[in-house]
Design a protein around this ligand. Structure first.
Ligand code: URA
Length: 230
């Protein structure tokens, strides 16, 4: 990734500040001052701003896990097994989850130690579509399609959900694409129509699809191509 893009992705810096910092010589890459925004930086290079480490220079790690239902999307939990318990990797405490799933939701979960990458995956303005397969208790009301496309009002957060695409597959099953991740969002959207979600599975996040070879509980590292898609 270009150095100016890396810096611009940080929550605290805007583009003008990035240009100013580069020009003033405040940025170091692997200990050398770098004023060139076009300079390509890799995940394992050390990047510093006025002695503050922005990227530690440890190898970046990226995994996709087929999360089974019943495992919690957290790094520690005192009651349930966590998704990190399913990984046989060193230094697991350095890893975090890019976009959690509820306890009973299964499907694609991305786990990494690269905070900038996971931020691009989950930040609201990225608007990456996340596709969920939904099974419901009652038959799905066709009116859901237009209502979800318009957006639903969530009183608790005082917001209207972003337009979401619903494709009804059968009386009780559908594919739903969301462009944000609100608390229990899918369940609340169907709850609005007095319909209970009894099965929820995430198939994809933007261009990354759950590998069909992974059975629930299995994981694999992402390929370089997959990492570069985000
Ligand atoms: N919406 C939900 O209700 N649960 C999830 O796990 C993900 C989206």
């Amino acid at each position: 990734m270009r150095l100016d893009r890396f810096l611009g992705n940080l929550p605290t810096l805007n583009r003008q500040e990035v240009q100013r910092l580069l020009a003033s010589g405040a940025i170091k890459v692997d200990g050398q001052t770098c004023r060139e925004g076009r300079h390509e930086v890799r995940a394992f290079q050390r990047i510093e701003l006025a002695e503050q480490v922005l990227q530690a220079g440890k190898p970046a790690r990226y995994f996709m896990l087929h999360k089974p239902a019943g495992v919690v999307s957290a790094t520690v939990h005192n009651e349930h097994r966590t998704v990190l318990d399913l990984l046989d990797e060193p230094d697991k405490h350095e890893l975090h989850i890019g976009g959690r799933l509820d306890l009973n939701t299964s499907g694609l979960l991305l786990i990494t130690n690269d905070g900038l990458w996971s931020r691009r995956l989950t930040e609201p303005r990225s608007e990456l579509g996340k596709v969920y397969r939904v099974e419901t208790e009652q038959a799905i009301d066709p009116a859901c399609v237009a209502a979800f496309a318009r957006g639903l009002y969530f009183a608790y957060e005082d917001l209207t959900t972003r337009p979401a695409e619903l494709v009804i597959l059968g009386p009780n099953s559908a594919l739903l694409t969301l462009h944000e991740g609100r608390y229990h969002q899918v369940k609340r959207m169907f709850g609005h129509f007095h319909n209970k979600v009894i099965g929820l599975h995430r198939e994809s996040m933007g261009p990354l699809h759950l590998d069909p070879h992974l059975v629930p509980g299995q994981y694999r590292p992402l390929s370089a191509d997959e990492i570069g898609l985000i």
